[in-house]
Design a protein around this ligand. Structure first.
Ligand code: KIV
Ligand code: ZN
Length: 520
């Protein structure tokens, strides 16, 4: 690989999944892994195999199925973790074991209760054990950005001597600033013997909003791997956003002089995929993939763009795969036209999916005159994302106004035992619908977030509702789509409750409420 090539290490499935409420099923992880492969990432960190049987299985299946990129599994510096990581990775075409151990004084003293010497010894043993399984071994001194530079250098030296091939420098708590972070890389590159034989990597969290800036500063200082996630999802404020790093390197090649292997026109579709699977909505003004990222509002800007687009545009929407929001299909459009447009938008619907999407499209066309790309995307994603359903909305009726108690009657189908109906009152029509759903399903959860957005413009635009609920200390998300926002709300709430039921079935966790409700 050329010296100017930056390795893109995607950790959406590992660090990204640590975002509250972003947990994914194994099939969803596989789908994202395939999309990351098509995007051209070099390394996929598929999970932390010892963390749970689900994590293990996800890494194992991704390792077995996704053959081009390096597939990486995380492990702490102990034998059990490393052995488990290898068990999950052994079928990979290109496996990597990533071992980590905290090195900062705070972590040494309060978390690990280990001396500096013990840390070095443990790191060396771990790298050697990982190395006994595979050649490609990454070592991360956790909380490196807050570690004394001389000790960090000593640990890194020991890891390199033990055989690590990638040294990752995490800013675990998002504390660093670009100049300082760059200085760490310069120091390590100059002072570690054999530094030229390993790849130095940056892994930044966004607590101060500096994750991307710190990662880019590291690249400028010589880092040749960046760890990042799609849409910047991750613990707390998240990780460095892959799409921002990749486009910064591309648009400012004059400054960084580096390339990546990313097919940038896949950035937007992958961003949508991850947002839909995790339920984590991308903020409108998010760089590169936000809805407004290429919207020019000011008259002067619009005028400039019409005369010469580079007056106000440093990259083109099509460079990152943002579809043009134009009127596409209508009531009379056929299946063939729909397929063509979906292909142009980056999807490859199977015949079965197309049947469903076409039916949904016709239904939508009856309710909505103008159908935009964004509508099609929303429909497609809604169907791709259809999680295993236990409960499905059949119909609802609400009685509401500003001088009556809102009342909802809801009819749900339980896919195992038929139709159930109940009614409830609430603070508003949506609350009444949610309460009726809870009465029917027997599952109660605390609503912690509720958002509505319109997918396109116009009074007949489809509304997309996302909800977040909490139950037994876990967070679940759901999404619904309809031209009627009460219907979209009901679908979103049901999607979240279906996820709870699905989880309970998977883990065998009892749910007496549900059991009663379905008469088991
Ligand atoms: O943020 C961090 O320190 C990590 C390590 C496991 C690399 O995610
Ligand atoms: Zn991290």
């Amino acid at each position: 690989m050329s010296r100017n090539r930056v390795v893109i290490f995607d950790t959406t499935l590992r660090d990204g999944e640590q975002s509250p409420g972003a947990s994914m099923t194994i099939d969803e992880k596989l789908e994202i892994a395939h999309a990351l492969d098509e995007l051209g990432v070099d390394v996929i960190e598929a999970g932390f195999p010892i963390a749970s049987p689900g994590d293990f299985e996800a890494v194992r299946r991704i390792a077995a199925e996704v053959r081009r990129p390096i597939i990486c599994g995380l492990a702490r510096c102990n034998d059990a973790d490393i052995d488990r990581a290898w068990e999950a990775l052994r079928e990979a075409a290109h496996p990597r074991i990533h071992v980590f151990l905290a090195t900062s004084a705070i972590h040494r003293e309060f978390k690990l209760r280990m001396t500096k010497e013990q840390i070095i010894e443990r790191a060396v043993e771990a790298v050697k054990r990982a190395k006994s399984y595979c050649d490609d071994v990454e070592f991360s001194p956790e909380d490196a950005a807050r570690t004394e530079l001389d000790f960090l250098t000593a640990v890194v030296q020991a890891a390199v001597d033990a055989g690590a091939t990638t040294i990752n420098i995490p800013d675990t708590v998002g504390y660093s600033v670009p100049e300082q972070f760059a200085a760490v890389f310069r120091h390590l590159l100059e002072n570690v013997r054999g530094a030229d034989r390993v790849v130095f990597s940056a892994h930044c969290h966004d607590d101060l909003g500096l994750a991307v800036a710190n990662s880019l500063a590291a690249v400028k200082a010589g880092a040749r791997q960046v760890e990042c996630t799609i849409n910047g999802i991750g613990e707390r404020a998240g990780n460095a956003a892959l799409e921002e790093i990749v486009m910064a390197l591309r648009v400012r090649r004059d400054y960084f002089g580096c390339d990546t292997g990313i097919r940038t026109e896949r950035l937007y579709p992958v961003s949508r995929l991850v947002s839909n699977i995790t339920g984590l909505v991308v903020q409108r003004n998010k760089a590169i993939v936000g809805r407004n990222a290429f919207a020019h509002e000011a008259g002067i800007h619009q005028d400039g763009i019409l005369k010469e687009r580079t007056t106000y545009e440093i990259m083109r929407p099509e460079d990152v795969g943002v579809p043009r929001s134009e009127l596409v299909l209508g009531k009379h459009s056929g299946r063939h036209a729909l397929r063509q447009r979906l292909i142009e938008l980056g999807y490859r619907p199977t015949e079965e999916q197309l049947d469903k999407i076409f039916a949904a499209f016709k239904k939508l066309a009856d309710r909505k005159k103008e159908i935009y790309d964004a509508d099609l995307e929303a429909l497609m994603e809604d169907h791709l994302r259809a999680i295993e359903e236990t409960w499905r909305l059949e119909s609802f009726h609400v009685f509401a106004g500003n001088s009556v108690t809102p009342t909802a009657t809801v009819r749900l189908r339980n896919l195992r035992d038929g139709v159930h109906e109940d009614a409830a009152t609430g603070d508003g029509p949506v609350d009444a619908v949610f309460r009726a759903i809870e009465r029917i399903t027997g599952i109660s959860a605390q609503l912690t977030d509720y958002q509505v957005r319109s997918v396109t413009v116009g009074k007949d635009a489809q509304g997309e509702v996302t909800v977040e609920v909490e139950r037994d200390g876990r967070t679940w998300r759901g999404r619904g789509l309809s031209t009627d926002i009460i219907e979209a709300s009901a679908q979103a709430y049901l999607a979240a409750l279906n996820r709870i039921v699905h989880y309970q079935h998977r883990t065998g966790e009892p749910n007496t409420e549900t059991a009663e409700a379905v008469g088991e």
